[in-house]
Design a binder for this molecule. Structure first.
Ligand code: SAM
Length: 389
C-alpha cells in the first residue's frame, strides 16, 4: 500500500487529468519564505487551453500565476508534505485531506461529497472568476478580512465578478495574438477595481495600464499594485484619455468614462487597431441639444426622462453603428441587473470586418438624419461626416 502522500498525489494527478479538480489548498507553510502562508490552485480555461491558476498568499499580498497542467503538477509535488504540511484537495465528487507532521508521518482522509449538500464555500468560490478572498480586493476596500463585501460595496463586488466573467467570454471571441503578451488599456479607470480584475484574470499573459484623470487615484492604484505584487505588469498613468498616447492596445476598456470620454477612448482603441473594445457608456449629454424629435414623438418627449433615455439610445446606437463601420462586430447588452447599477449598458466591439464600407456609412447617416444629429464625437474622430456635402 502506498504512503498517504503518494496516494494524495495520485488523487491530485487523476483530478487534473480527468477535469474533476475543483480546488487545491496548501497550508501550514514551513518553507524558507516566512511571508508565504498558503497556495490556492483552481482550474481555469485560457485561450491556450486548460491551465491551473495559482494564488500564492503572502502575509500582505497575493501573487497570481497560471501554469499548464504538467508544469503545475511538477511545481506542486515538491511542495506537498514538505514546504506545506497540509494539503486539501476538492474534486467534483470527493475531498481528500493530507496532514503531515514534521517527523515525516502523515495521515490521509478521503470523503465522498454529498451531491445534495448545499454548496460549500469552496464551490461558490469556484464559479467566481475573481476569488472573493483575493488580497487586492481587500486592499482596495471592496472586501473585509473574511472575504465578504464591505458595507456599501456589494454592488461593486458583483460588478467586478460579472465584468471578469464577461471579459473572459469576449477575450475568447476576439482575434488576439497568442505569440506575445497582450496589452490591455483601461481608460477612465477610477479606483482601478476593474483594472486589477483584468490583471488578476490574465496574470502574466498581459501588461495592463490604467489611465485616470485624478492623480490621487493613480497614486493609490500604483501603490496597491506594487504592494500586491501586480507591478510592473499592472501600472496606472495620470492624464486625460484624449491626451494620453496609446501606442499599442490589444484590448481597450472604458467603463463609465463620462459623456464623450467614451468616444475618445473608442477612437484611441480603433486607431491602435485593438482586437477588442469594451465600453459601458454613461452621461450621454453630447447629442441632447441636437436631438430633433420626429413629430409623432414630440408629445412623449415633453417628459425629461424620455428625452434623457432617447439621448442615451441615439448616442449608443450611433456608436455601435460607427464601430461596425470601423470594422468591428458589435454587441450591445446589459452587463449587470439594473437593480445593481443604472449604468449597465455595455458595448463591445470585436475586430472582424473590413473597415469603411459605403453602405454602412449611408445607413448610419440616415439614422443620424432621422434624429437631427449633425455631429458626434466618435464620428469626428473617425472622419465620418454625418451630414453629406
Ligand atoms: C464613474 S468612474 C468609473 C471608474 C471605473 N472605470 C469603473 O467602472 O469602476 C469614471 C472615472 O473616469 C474618469 N474620467 C472621466 N473622464 C475622463 C477623461 N476624459 N480622462 C481621464 N479620466 C476620465 C473619472 O475621473 C472617474 O474616475
Amino acid at each position: 500500500m502506498n504512503d498517504p502522500r503518494t496516494r494524495f498525489l495520485t488523487l491530485l494527478h487523476a483530478a487534473v487529468a480527468d477535469g474533476t479538480l475543483v480546488k487545491l489548498t496548501l497550508g501550514k507553510h514551513r518553507g524558507a519564505d516566512v511571508t508565504l502562508q498558503n497556495v490556492f490552485v483552481r482550474p481555469v480555461v485560457l485561450k491556450a487551453g486548460p491551465h491551473l491558476a495559482f494564488v500564492w498568499r503572502h502575509a500582505t499580498r497575493d501573487v497570481t500565476k497560471n501554469h499548464a497542467p504538467a508544469e503545475a503538477l511538477a511545481l506542486l509535488e515538491p511542495l506537498i508534505g514538505a514546504d506545506f504540511l497540509d494539503a486539501h484537495l476538492f474534486t467534483t465528487s470527493s475531498s481528500a485531506q493530507l496532514e503531515c507532521q514534521p517527523d515525516g508521518t502523515a495521515r490521509l482522509r478521503v470523503k465522498a461529497s454529498a451531491p445534495a449538500a448545499p454548496a460549500a464555500a469552496h464551490d461558490r468560490a469556484k464559479v467566481r472568476p475573481i476569488p472573493a478572498d483575493a488580497a487586492w480586493l481587500r486592499a482596495l476596500g471592496v472586501t473585509n478580512d473574511r472575504g465578504q463585501p464591505r458595507e456599501g460595496m456589494a454592488d461593486k463586488f458583483r460588478q467586478i465578478q460579472k465584468f471578469a466573467e464577461l471579459l473572459g467570454h469576449l477575450l475568447a471571441d476576439a482575434p488576439l495574438p497568442t505569440d506575445r503578451p497582450l496589452t490591455v488599456v483601461d481608460m477612465g479607470c477610477g479606483k482601478g477595481y476593474l483594472t486589477f480584475a483584468v490583471s488578476a484574470l490574465l496574470g502574466d499573459r498581459a501588461t495592463v495600464q490604467g489611465v485616470e484623470a485624478r492623480p490621487e487615484l493613480v497614486e493609490l492604484c500604483n501603490r496597491v499594485a506594487r504592494e500586491q505584487g501586480f507591478a510592473p505588469r499592472l501600472s496606472f498613468t495620470a492624464g486625460a484619455i484624449s491626451a494620453t498616447p496609446l501606442p499599442a492596445a490589444d484590448v481597450l476598456i472604458a467603463l463609465h468614462a463620462c459623456d464623450t470620454a467614451t468616444d475618445d477612448a473608442l477612437a484611441q482603441g480603433i486607431a491602435a487597431h485593438a482586437a477588442l473594445l469594451v465600453v459601458a457608456p454613461c452621461c450621454q449629454k453630447e447629442l441632447r441639444p441636437q436631438l430633433r424629435a420626429p413629430d409623432v414623438l414630440s408629445d412623449a418627449l415633453r417628459h425629461g426622462i424620455f428625452q434623457e433615455r432617447q439621448a442615451e439610445f441615439v448616442t449608443d446606437a450611433l456608436r455601435a453603428q460607427l464601430l461596425e463601420w470601423a470594422g468591428y462586430r458589435t454587441k450591445v447588452f446589459e452587463f449587470i441587473a439594473t437593480e445593481h447599477t443604472a449604468k449597465n449598458l455595455m458595448v463591445a466591439g470585436i475586430r472582424a470586418l473590413p473597415a469603411g464600407d459605403a453602405a454602412s456609412a449611408a445607413r448610419l447617416r440616415a439614422f443620424a438624419a432621422f434624429y437631427g444629429i449633425r455631429t458626434q464625437r466618435l464620428a469626428q474622430h473617425l472622419g465620418v461626416a454625418l451630414v453629406e456635402g
